[in-house]
Write a protein of this length. Sequence first.
Length: 401
Amino acid sequence: MLLIKNGKLLTMSGTDYDIGYILVGEGKIIEVGEMTSAIEKKFAKIKKPLTVLDAEGKYILPGLVDAHCHVGMWGDSVGFEGEDGNEMTDPIMPHLKAVDGIYHMDRAFTEAVQNGVTTVVTGPGSANVIGGQFVALKTFGRRIEEMVVKDPVAVKIAFGENPKTVYNERKQTPTTRMATAALLRESFERAKEYKELLEKYQNEPEENDKPDYDIKLEALVKVLKREIPLKAHAHRADDILTAIRIAKEFNLRLTIEHCTEGHLICDILVDEGIPAIVGPSLTDRSKVELRNLSLKTPGILAKAGVKTAIMTDHPCTPIQYLTLCAAMAVREGMDEQEALKAITINAAELTEIGDRVGSLEKGKDADIVIFDGHPFEFRTRVVTTIINGKIVYERDGNERV
């Protein structure tokens, strides 16, 4: 068992504690509360082996969650040999699984742990109209199977310049936004037909033939059945609206990824009930559709009532700067609590893993980070990172990573 005591707990569950404690056992949070003399006496009676961390003067938060990145898909300092995030041979690739392309021993995972990021939602890039399946992972583990929180969490689709640019160079569809939308509609119509044939066969196998197995359509059927959402790469306002339009046509669940011009249409996002995963903001305006890139965007969206998370899009912004991304949003007007939620509980809930991570609550995974100051103070550093109840990093140099 593990006891963390005397720290300032920012639980992200609605109740904070100036001098709090967390009791951990078997990888889960057992108790969270205010530290008192009675509680101290209670813990003194625990007979099981108990490791105690005194966090006096420090801040304790849930492990940070990056809701959209490509950690492990693009190898650190490697080049082409480590680039496994875009299969640029076919614009429709829903069957590709991120777990099959992730290098779990990449240095970025170590840097994530050292900076308090305990969960990443990572997956394919945006070269294709449909790029493949994202996965949620813990950032520590011997093998990818031990790290998986949920697989898949979403299917990635992309609008705008990226698929246009890739396939224009290949002299292949799509080279326009019209073609991108048309390919999406065609894919979901085919998946809808495939789903109906499967259901007919399952309901009356004697009367109907089973359709030939199609790995691409199988992946899209999960989206049509609303089992998993779409992660829609969309920067420009019109691309965001096209993503919403197509999702409504097929009754699909949707999050807008990047949402660079979301602040220009935040009233529509509110009306449609569409959440946003914003970023990367700490980067240059590298293409035309980023001309309205602003650190103010997440704050404007959150104030308008859009449920908002902040991402790094690693390696676009390195994973270790997730906290800095949120801090910069605060500097540009975002409410501090909303910014903390954007990299913890909101990020977890928008990627549908909030039942396990994102807040310090009884029964959740014991993913905990201890900071030596407020997370948004520039000089603050991570002191200890705990994943699944195990201390995996300590700043004293005794690294377990």
